[in-house]
Design a protein around this ligand. Sequence first.
Ligand code: HEM
Length: 369
Amino acid sequence: MNTRSKIATARLSLTSLFALLLTLLVLALPLSESGYAQSGGVVPGNTQGTSADSDFWREIRRGKQGTVSIPDKQAGQLIQSEGDSWRAIRNGPMVTWGGWALFGTIALLALFYAGRGRIAIESGRSGRTLERFTDFERMSHWILAVSFIVLAITGLNMLYGKYAIMPIVGDQAFSSVTALGKWLHNFLAFGFVLGLVLIFLRWVRHNIPNREDFVWLAQAGGLFTRGNHPPARKFNAGQKIVFWMVIICGVSISLSGVSLLFPFQTTMFADTSAFLNSIGFANMPTELTPMQEMHLSQLWHSVVALVFIALILAHIYIGSMGMEGAFDAMGSGQVDANWAKEHHSIWVEELERSGDLPDAKAAAQPPAE
Ligand code: HEM
C-alpha cells in the first residue's frame, strides 16, 4: 500500500471511530437522563423494564415502604395513606359523636334535675355525723379528680379548641394556651395514675358485687322515686359501676397515653389483637406498622376519654348539686347520719354492730338538759 492509500485508510478509521462514539453518545443520553430522576412522568422503574409507572406510584400511594440508609427507617415510606383515614375519622365521626355524647349527657342531667330536683335528705339533717372517708382517702380522691379535670379540659381543647376557641381568641393566643395545656396534659397524667392506684387499693374491697346490688339496680337506686331507699353497703351498685368504669377506663387511657407519650415504642394494639385471636376472637390484625399503632392509640385514647368524661359529668352532678349531703363525704369526710341511713343503710348497721359509731352511741343517751 502506498502512502496516499495509507492516509485514506487512516482517515476512514478515524471517521468510523468518531461516528461510533457519536452513536454511543446519542444512545447513552436518554439512558443517563432516565437514570437520574423522574422526568416528564417517566419514573426510574421504567429503566428496569419490569414495572409500569402507574404500578410504581400506586404502590407508593398505598404506603409501600422502601429502604433508606439513614437511621429513621420510616423515612423510606413516602406516603402514609392510612394517615388520611385516621385524620378523616378523628376530625369527622369521632369529634362529632363525641360532642353529641357530651352534650347529650349534660342535657339528660338537666332533664333529670328539672324532673327530680335536688335529691333531699328526706328525714332532714340529724345534726350527728359519721366519718365516711379518712383524710388519706379524700386526698387520693382529689389527686385523681383534680388531675382528671385538668386532663379532660386540656384534652378537649386538643380535640375541639380549633373549632370552639381559636376563632374567639385568635391563633396566637390559642397556640400559647394549647402548648401550655399539652405540657400540663403530659405531666398531670402521672398524678392521675397515682390517684387511680391509690383509690383502687383503698376501695376495691368495698366494690365487689353482691346480692344487694341487684335489688338496688332493680329499683334504680330509688333515684327516680321519692321515699324509696334500697339498702346498700359502703358503696351502692351505682357507685360500684362508677368505680369499675373509672378503673377500666383509667387503665386503658393510661396505657394508650403511654403509647402517645413515647411514640413508635409500643406494640400494644398488635399485642392485644394477638391475645384476642388466641382466645378465639375474630381474626384481628397483628401486623401493624408503628404508624398504625400510633393512629389506633390516638383514636382509642380519645374515644375512651370522651366516654369517661361523660360518665364523670354524671358523677360530679350527683356528688355535688344533685344530692343533698353527698359532697360532705369528700369535703369534710363527715356525713350526716340520716343521709347515711337513707343511702347506705347496711353500712350504718355494720358500723353500729362493730361499735365503730361513737356518735350513734352518744345519741342513745338522752341529751343532758
Ligand atoms: C368536682 C369533681 C368531683 C366531685 C364533686 C366528686 C364527688 C365525690 C363524692 C362526694 C364521692 C363520695 C360519694 C359517697 O359518699 O359515697 C365521690 C366518690 C368517688 N369519686 Fe368523685 N368527685 C369528683 C370528681 C371525680 C373524678 C374526676 C373521678 C375520677 C376520675 C372521681 C372518682 C370517684 C370514685 C371512683 C368514687 C368512689 C365511687 C363513687 O362514689 O361513685 N371523682 N366523689
